[in-house]
Ligand binder design. Structure first.
Ligand SMILES: [Zn+2]
Ligand SMILES: [Zn+2]
Length: 142
C-alpha cells in the first residue's frame, strides 16, 4: 500500500470541510438574489443549474470571519447553527438578522453588512455551495 494521497484529518475536520473539489460550474453563480426587502434570504442559481437558498438567520450564524469561526469552534457549533441564548437576567430582544447591504467581493464571494453592525464575513461561493441549504444536498442533512 502506498501512502500517497493519504492525509490525516480529524473526524471533526472531515465533517466540516469536505475534501472533494467542487466543479467550477458548481461554485460559479449565474444569478445572485439578495431578498433584502422581503427578508427571506439569499438565493443563488449556479452555472450547473443547481439552486441554493439560505435564510439570513442561517447566513448570520454561519459568518465565516475569524471571530465568528472561533466563537463557533469554542461552542462546538456548525456553521449556521444558532448560538445558544446568553443567560442574562434581562430578556434581550434580538432583531432577526437582516443585511443592511450586500456587496460582491472580487468575483469569488459576497459580503453582508448585518443589521447588528457586523460586516467582516466574506462568504465565498465555494463556502456557500458547500453549505447549500436546499433539501437535496447532503450538506443540508448534517
Ligand atoms: Zn463574523
Ligand atoms: Zn443544494
Amino acid at each position: 500500500m502506498s501512502h500517497e494521497g493519504i492525509r490525516l484529518v480529524s473526524a471533526d475536520e472531515a465533517r466540516r470541510e469536505p475534501e472533494r473539489e467542487l466543479p467550477r460550474e458548481a461554485v460559479t453563480p449565474a444569478k445572485v438574489k439578495v431578498q433584502q426587502s422581503t427578508g427571506e434570504g439569499l438565493e443563488i442559481e449556479w452555472k450547473d443549474g443547481h439552486r441554493s437558498r439560505w435564510s439570513f438567520a442561517w447566513l448570520r450564524s454561519a459568518c465565516p470571519c475569524a471571530t465568528c469561526h472561533e466563537e463557533r469552534e469554542a461552542q462546538g457549533r456548525l456553521p449556521g447553527e444558532a448560538r445558544s441564548k446568553p443567560t442574562t437576567l434581562l430578556p434581550m430582544y434580538e432583531a432577526p438578522a437582516r443585511p443592511e447591504s450586500a456587496s460582491p467581493v472580487g468575483n469569488y464571494a459576497i459580503s453582508f453588512k448585518w443589521n447588528d453592525g457586523h460586516a467582516s464575513g466574506i462568504y465565498s461561493w465555494d463556502y456557500l455551495r458547500r453549505h447549500c441549504g436546499c433539501a437535496t444536498c447532503p450538506a443540508a442533512a448534517e
